[in-house]
Design a protein around this ligand. Structure first.
Ligand code: UDX
Length: 442
């Protein structure tokens, strides 16, 4: 059997699991996808994709003959040696990662059914876990008599909205192992992608993931603070970021100022790394600031609205976009959650619209009016706030928006709109960290 076509198991069919499964199926592997959620497995068997991720449905459909769905881990153990673990590791109240789903997988492997040694099985950890988890899991496996199972750390760097593309052309593949057969088997599995490889020990691989996300989150909080200073000094953060990004050592990416980062990874991983450091007696000061800056940034729209409108009592505010970023229906730690709650607490009436995330949002955001489209959301609004930079909002006809609004204020929470187009429609534009907009409307 050629290495890149070895069958694999993928446990957990969320974002990471499903994209990983479809990606390896595309590369030629038979993939046994396991999930304890029987309803989800039934939907997947019927060809239904439970999440919105561009290109994923097509990839699953194109490889349906190689993708097998089941609720029984035994189905994967019987056919595959490498079992990719892609279950959730949400934060707990203490800030540690909740590893109960990971340990449930370990528990679910029946003693005797998994083979150890050269011809045996290996757990390949895709879920983000604290450094040291690999060693703990190996200890538990041994205690439970599941001897010889190997462990590999293979962190995932997929971005929601471009996860399929990220899987097929990764910036790098990171594989951490104990120097046994399993690490080499994972290296071979990824070989067709021809990506730069970091083949290292387990604890270092685990740390690469946490440190990468913390670094990107730090970059965002940094540019957000620069944006806030720009507002005080009359500079335009978009110009500043352009100038900074041309320095090769800094680069343009993740220098887009806005109303804060959200999503399934950054908030969780920054907290997890801070907590991991704290548990070992190290106070990670920088990450405390990154988190605090982000929380304040989410509320920045409120102070801008107050500056322009005086009070929010009875004011009608339209939020364009709810998802934590465009091209996803993911609402986890989205800035819209904080914003909609704060606005209502201050007495505003809130109308919202998101092209994809409405279903997810309805269970999380109460008391707002869900509009049918952007223009409907702008109906009667004193202020329109761009929360998520979906393409359709960037292409809005601002004269039509202006005709629906009762006020004139447009707050661009992502610095993504064409300020001149907004101002040309007679509206007042204000972004994050940008100059006074009276001059733009002149
Ligand atoms: C992130 C990592 O990029 C990915 O490698 C990891 O595997 C999972 O976490 P994701 O959460 O999908 O991916 O989104 P990303 O595109 O990184 O954006 C995260 C958040 O940062 C979004 O809320 C986005 O709006 C915000 N962001 C991003 C900014 O505010 N400014 C920027 O310049 C970039």
């Amino acid at each position: 059997m050629s290495a890149e076509r070895q069958p694999i198991g993928v446990i957990g069919t969320g974002y990471v699991g499903l994209v990983t499964a479809a990606g390896f199926a595309q590369l030629g592997s038979d993939v046994f996808c396991i999930d304890i959620d029987a309803d989800k497995i039934a939907r997947l068997k019927a060809g239904e994709i439970p999440i919105y991720e561009p290109g994923l449905a097509e990839m699953v459909a194109a490889n349906s003959a190689r993708m097998h769905f089941s609720t029984k881990i035994g189905d994967a153990l019987a056919r595959a040696r490498l079992l990719f673990v892609a279950v959730g590791t949400p934060p707990t109240y203490s800030g540690d990662a909740d590893l109960s789903a990971v340990y449930a997988v370990v528990e679910a492997i029946p003693a005797g059914s998994a083979r150890g040694g050269e011809q045996g099985h290996a757990l390949v950890m895709k879920s983000t876990v604290p450094a040291g988890t690999g060693a703990s899991i190996k200890r538990v496996l041994a205690e439970q008599g599941k001897h010889g199972l190997c462990y590999v750390s293979c962190p995932e760097f997929l971005k929601e909205g471009s996860a399929v593309k990220d899987f097929m052309s990764p910036d790098r593949v990171v594989i951490g192992d104990d120097g046994d057969w399993a690490g080499d088997a994972v290296v071979e599995l990824y070989a067709p992608l021809d990506a730069p490889l970091v083949h290292t020990d387990i604890a270092s691989a685990e740390m690469v993931k946490l440190a990468s996300n913390a670094s990107l989150a730090t970059k965002i909080s940094f540019i957000n603070e620069i944006a806030n200073v720009c507002e005080e000094t009359g500079a335009d953060v978009v110009e500043v970021a352009k100038g900074m990004g041309l320095d090769d050592r800094i680069g343009h990416k993740f220098l887009q100022a806005g109303i804060g980062f959200g999503g399934s990874c950054f908030p969780k991983d920054v907290n997890a790394l801070k907590q991991l450091a704290g548990n070992s007696g190290y106070h990670f000061q920088l990450l405390n600031a990154v988190i605090e800056v982000n929380e304040l940034q989410k509320r920045r729209v409120i102070s801008k609205l107050l500056k322009h409108l005086g009070s929010l009592v009875g004011v009608k505010v339209c939020l364009l976009g709810l998802a934590f970023k465009p091209n996803t229906d993911d609402m986890r730690d989205a800035s819209s959650l904080v914003l909609s709650a704060r606005l209502q607490a201050d007495g505003a009436h809130v109308r919202v619209y998101d092209p994809v995330a409405e279903r997810e949002a309805r269970s999380l955001i109460r008391g707002v009016h869900f509009a049918t489209d952007a223009l409907d959301a702008a109906q009667g609004a004193d202020a329109v706030v761009l929360v998520t930079e979906w393409r359709e909002f960037l292409e809005l006809d601002w004269a039509q928006v202006a005709a629906r609004m009762s006020g004139k204020l447009v707050l661009d929470g992502r610095n993504a709109l064409d300020a001149h187009a907004v101002a040309a429609a007679g509206l007042t534009y204000e972004g994050i960290g940008r100059g006074s907009l009276t001059s733009l409307s002149g």
